[in-house]
Design a protein around this ligand. Structure first.
Ligand code: TSB
Ligand code: ZN
Length: 584
């Protein structure tokens, strides 16, 4: 339920934010309070605790204090004062002074709410008594820069949620817990998919062997699809000179998303945030006739972007990423067709991965934002009109978002909802009339005249990083067998007597290209089976006397309780079919 959109719940949660603040004030008398808004799933309060930093166990302490105050049952009293009085009353509180000073009119009436020994500035409304705030929970905490600016002081943000009754609260907590269990950061760690290290840096994940295996399957999957659609793949450096990015326009319109410049000898370099400029130069390397078009240049390309340290998140939002990128160079007549092929590749891919919950977003420029967007009204109007035309012909449902376009053109993005946090973009397909012009690209048309091609920028997975994060959450870490880092776990019933047979089966599976492990530890069968389930390995083979004698295997599929016995050859065939068909 979206709490922000429900008036009663909104008031309840807003009041609960004050209860939180009061409890914090009791426990940390030096605490100063910034803002405490209601959000989609509850509320938070940003608090300056001086040198204190909130830890997990503090939440419990604060919650206990909140319960105590609630039991006391003080009334919540509204009071209206003048701006002048407010400035006087809160004169020792820099945060409240900041808020009050920004209220426009001199004669604005400012409201305060008092409950017992605690008064806070607030527009309200609130519930009548703290007694009504009974079913709440503090859910998490984080650091948050004052006013969201990394140059400012880091405040402590405490999140919570409040409901009208116990059932609703519990239902919400179950959903939260499920999301936590699905969080790719948790599963990524448990399953050794990726790690981070402060010596490498924030937002710079290291893909561990299990993660690398998954990624390799994704790369192979999309490479094959792209080859079949006539793409050519290249490798280009992950740096470029500042001049390259001045030519493209990134330097003027995308600089705040880039790592700073570095100098080597006399050359000025930047780590690239996008690959388009390199691919433009690849196109320009040869003369092209209209007959060569579309030319589709693909690359699994590493990019670096400056993302705020508070925004980086596991594999989902990183500073070093690998795009499943391609730039399609087309004639104006080919735009529609090529765009449609990209959309159908997206749909095909989502179907193969079983992704069902997504939305198409038409991302447009904000015409007011002259800094972010290249200033050429005709070009934008033309590109947006063309894109709408394609979308209407495709008959897909989409919503519009102003200010989300790339600086060079409008986009069709695909949005998905991660386990924790707001929606993110996976796939994207973008229409660009600008960069080809800036790089002076051309092809010769059927009359022998020079023309400027149009470019479609597209990424099906978006980045391998973000797609993998999403995939982990979709599958809850139980990957389909074709993607699983370990596909088969062999468990001999007795690690002594059945080891030889188990080793023989392992060898055979390996020869058939199957990723297999043999658990030869001297542990009980039940223990090993449970571990195999916890690791979410798709197939566990149980090999004992019967199997050894009959040259068979018995397997149990992840999540199931029954066991099936097959001849070894039939099992290999059965498994290979599942892998080949990318069965889920
Ligand atoms: C598609 N030039 C185009 C390209 O040709 C481009 O860079 N587009 S983009 O800026 O939208 O990025 C492509 C995709 O990268 C996005 O759709 C998103 O899925 C993914 N992405 C963007 N930023 C991050 C990030 N910080 N971490 C992980 N993935 C990201
Ligand atoms: Zn691009």
């Amino acid at each position: 339920m979206n709490i922000k959109e429900n008036e009663n719940l909104s008031i309840l949660n807003h009041s609960c934010a004050h209860l939180l603040a009061q409890a914090v004030k009791h426990l940390y008398p030096h605490a100063k309070f910034w803002v405490g808004p209601v959000i989609e799933d509850g509320f938070y309060y940003d608090i300056d605790l001086g040198d204190d930093v909130i830890k997990e166990e503090d939440l419990e302490r604060i919650e206990k204090e909140m319960k105590k105050i609630s039991k006391d049952g003080k009334r919540i009293v509204r009071e209206e004062i003048s701006k002048e009085d407010a400035l006087e009353r809160f004169k020792d509180d820099q945060y409240k002074i900041d808020l009050i000073s920004r209220m426009d009119e001199e004669d604005t009436v400012i409201s305060c709410y008092t409950q017992g020994d605690f008064t806070d500035l607030c527009r309200g409304p609130h519930v009548e008594s703290v007694k009504l705030l009974k079913y709440f929970k503090l859910t998490k905490f984080s650091g948050a820069y004052w006013k969201g600016d990394a140059k400012n002081k880091m405040l402590q943000r405490i999140y919570g949620v409040c409901y009208e009754n116990e059932e609703d609260l519990n239902a919400h907590l179950v959903v939260l817990e499920e999301a936590k269990q699905r969080d790719h950061r948790k599963i990524g760690k448990e399953q050794d998919i990726f790690m981070t290290h402060e010596l490498v840096g924030a937002g710079m994940p290291l893909w561990l062997p299990n993660g690398a295996l998954i990624r390799k399957q994704l790369e192979n999957y999309i490479y094959e699809k792209e080859r079949n659609m006539g793409y050519d793949h290249v490798y280009t450096p992950c740096v470029g000179t500042v001049d390259l990015y001045k030519t493209s326009g990134h330097w003027d319109h995308y600089k705040e998303n880039m790592f700073p410049m570095m100098k080597v000898d006399e050359e000025e370099f930047v780590l690239r945030p996008m690959n388009c400029p390199h691919h433009m130069l690849v196109f320009k390397n040869k003369l092209h006739s209209y007959r060569d078009l579309p030319i589709r240049i693909g690359e699994f390309a590493t990019d670096f972007r400056y993302e705020a340290s508070g925004a980086v998140k596991g594999l989902e939002r990183v500073r070093c990423m690998c795009q499943n990128d391609a730039h399609l160079f087309v004639t104006p007549e080919q735009i529609k067709d090529e765009f449609k092929k990209v959309v159908s590749l997206i749909l095909d891919t989502y179907n193969d991965f079983g992704i069902k919950n997504y939305k198409f977003r038409l991302s447009l420029r904000d015409p007011e934002d002259k800094e972010k967007y290249f200033d050429d009204d005709d070009m934008w109007n033309n590109a947006e009109a063309k894109l709408r035309e394609v979308l209407n012909e495709l008959n897909i449902e989409y919503f519009e978002a102003v200010g989300e376009a790339a600086f060079y053109g409008p986009k069709l993005d695909v949005e998905v909802k991660p386990a924790v946090g707001p929606e993110v973009t996976l796939s994207t397909c973008q229409l660009d009339f600008l960069l080809p012009r800036r790089f002076e690209l051309s092809y010769i048309d059927n009359k022998g005249e020079k023309q400027v091609p149009v470019v479609l920028h597209r990424a099906i997975f978006g980045t391998f990083d973000r797609f993998t994060a999403f995939l982990i959450e979709e599958t809850k870490g139980a990957f389909p067998v074709w993607l699983s880092p370990v596909q088969v776990n062999i468990i001999p019933v007795n690690s002594e007597y059945h080891l030889e047979y188990a080793s023989k089966i392992k060898k055979l599976l390996l020869q058939n290209g199957i990723r297999v492990e043999l658990d030869d530890r001297n542990e009980k069968l039940g223990y090993k089976m449970r571990e195999s389930q916890t690791r979410k390995i798709p197939y566990s083979l149980i090999l004992g006397e019967q199997e050894k004698e009959n040259n068979t295997i018995s397997y149990r599929e992840y999540g199931k309780t029954d066991t099936t016995t097959l001849s070894v050859d039939d099992f290999v065939k059965f498994l290979n079919e599942k892998i080949q068909n990318k069965e889920r």
